[in-house]
Ligand binder design. Structure first.
Ligand SMILES: *Cc1c(COP(=O)(O)O)cnc(C)c1O
Length: 385
């Protein structure tokens, strides 16, 4: 193929992507979320050998920005998996005695289940869904000396609850033998999470939530302490072994063949993020979240969690007005080409969730709010019991 033919093919591919993007409907669900045309187009770049110099250049080009976004000096490993891969992998890498799994929603409850499935000694610190984690409870459990690791989710997406991260980490710093594993899947890059200053050992996220990329990639940054622990743990396996990630990282590579198109997407997304500026990005998420909260109040509705623990990236709203959520979503799709979420797991029908994470703007959120203003009144009191 000559240069001109190659360029034509690339243009045809890009046009196809545009067409597909225009045929779809817009996602206001909290993951996967809407992906920009630019990000999709970045994925059509040519795939190279994953042991080539070109790959090393690509890999190394994203590292400084990733470390800046994680606020860390530690490496940021790139995993070809959804977030659950590294959530399970973290357990396998650092737990020797017992893990304390903080449980307050679908994802955090599941993490306890995953510990058990891996045969790892685990205890659940349980809360009602929508109740934030209380750092004092963590202190009381860790003071028993039974645990050498803890998992918790910063932003529990199923309930729209943001746990008090600085307060939790202040308690964890009292227990230097306990490795902290923090899921920031739906909060990463939407607000400042200063990994090193907070003392988070293992911080992980996925591509399809606040990063506004397609699913399939996860990122995980591991502290020295956690790496030293991993060296002493048996049965880490291969695919998510921190030591494999580390030795390949030093060469600018990943342990196995990675999903290269998503790394191109990540490179493009990082450009966008730093072009906007981190402070501006954080302020935008806060502003758009408040816009949704104002809409919630205006319609005599309220959030599931206490408002001061409400997520900044999505709103989980109690369906106290018996809105027919499937009906509403069908109408949203038909008339406005978008959808919201009708509640996760046992909260299905009892709550609904609206995402404001990723690339949303004042304009796109206003389009959704106008659509909801138009349609919601027709569906109030229509929920089937
Ligand atoms: C979506 C989500 C996950 C699971 O992510 P997958 O990419 O489906 O593995 C885990 N934790 C949180 C907080 C999430 O929102």
């Amino acid at each position: 193929m000559n240069g001109a033919e190659r360029a034509n093919l690339l243009t045809a591919r890009r046009n196809l992507f545009r067409l597909l993007a225009s045929m779809s409907y817009k996602l206001f669900i909290p993951g996967p979320i809407a992906v920009s045309d630019k990000t999709y187009r970045a994925m059509t770049s040519w795939v190279m050998g994953h042991r080539s110099k070109d790959f090393v250049s690509l890999f190394q080009s994203v590292q400084p920005k990733l470390q800046e976004l994680f606020y860390t000096k530690d490496p940021v490993f790139i995993s070809t998996s959804s977030a659950w891969g590294v959530m399970e992998g973290s357990l396998r890498n650092v737990v020797k005695k017992k893990v304390l799994n903080c449980c307050s929603g679908a994802f955090s409850d599941k993490w306890f289940d995953v510990s058990k499935r891996c045969g790892i000694p685990a205890e659940a610190l349980k809360y009602e869904w929508g109740t934030p984690i209380n750092p004092e409870d963590i202190r009381a459990r860790l003071a028993t000396g039974e645990f050498d690791a803890i998992t918790f989710i910063h932003n529990e997406t199923s309930t729209g609850t943001m746990n008090p991260l600085p307060e939790i980490m202040a308690v964890l710093r009292e227990f230097p033998d306990v490795i902290s594993i923090t899921d920031t899947v739906s909060s990463f890059s939407a607000l400042k999470i200063d990994k090193d200053a907070l003392g988070i050992d293992v911080m992980l996220t996925g591509s399809q939530k606040a990063l506004a990329m397609p699913p399939g990639l996860s990122l995980i940054s591991v502290s020295d302490r956690a790496m030293k622990r991993a060296e002493t743990v048996e049965g880490r396996g291969y695919y998510f072994d921190f030591l494999e990630f580390q030795s390949n990282y030093e060469k600018g590579m990943t342990p196995s063949t990675p999903v290269i198109p998503l790394i191109y997407a990540l490179q493009s997304k990082l450009e966008d993020i730093f072009e906007e500026g981190l402070e501006a990005r954080y302020a935008r998420h806060e502003r758009l979240n408040n816009k949704v909260r104002d809409w919630v109040a205006k319609h005599d509705l309220e959030l599931l969690p206490p408002p001061e623990f409400g997520s900044k990236t999505l709103s989980c709203v109690k369906n106290t007005r018996d809105i027919d959520l499937p009906g509403l979503n069908n109408a949203l799709k038909e008339k406005y080409n978008c959808v919201i979420d009708g509640g996760y797991g046992k909260l299905k029908g009892k709550t609904f969730r609206i995402s404001n994470m990723g690339d949303e703007t004042d304009e796109t959120m206003q389009v959704l709010i106008d659509a909801l203003d138009d349609l919601v009144p027709q569906f109030i009191g229509k929920a089937s019991a």
